[in-house]
Design a protein around this ligand. Sequence first.
Ligand code: GAR
Length: 213
Amino acid sequence: GGRGKAEGINLKSQISNLKSQMVRVAVFASGTGSNAQKIIDYFQKHLNIQVALIASNKAGAGVLDIAKKENIPSLIIEKERFFRGDSYINELKSMDIRWIILAGFLWKVPVSLIKAFPGSILNIHPALLPKYGGKGMYGHFVHEAVIAAKEKESGITIHYVDEQFDHGKPVFQVTCPVTETDTPETLAKKILLLEHKHYPEVIERVINTNVER
Ligand code: GAR
């Protein structure tokens, strides 16, 4: 009778209410996207966080195949558009993106994007910042430098993104030993495993402490 109908309407409005409370994040990646994949998996059926977009600066990046496979919209941002324009920022805003997660994204984030997403951009770096960060320190270059310096440990840093390369406030670090038999390749593998293990949970924690505030 009437009651069933009223409850149906109520349920519909509750669902749309819940949908509007979803925090929509964009993952930015330049390469293979193994971290992006872990993040997608982790938030697949999440209560309030959703990977709504994969953005890349490289047309052939592996991460774009992942986006396709996962049915997640993707966006390719060419150099000119990224550094000189801000049309893509309107696109992010119109998609209601609230957080930007850098996962192996190799370009410096322009000030315009930081201003558009204040305190809402996270990055992961495959070393213990402030060591082994900055321009040119990415991927294998980082691990080569760590091995060359005969460091006894390395690790990962998850941090907020600010105007300076690899500089914003750190939110999480974890270390791993570097042994005498480690090569840049074996170290890279260890570090990547640490990233996969921790990044999704740290993203969840950071977003949800900000939401609650
Ligand atoms: C990750 O190890 C990430 O920390 C690193 O690139 C790799 C991407 O791997 N990022 C940087 O070096 C940023 N300066 P993935 O594409 O398989 O996730």
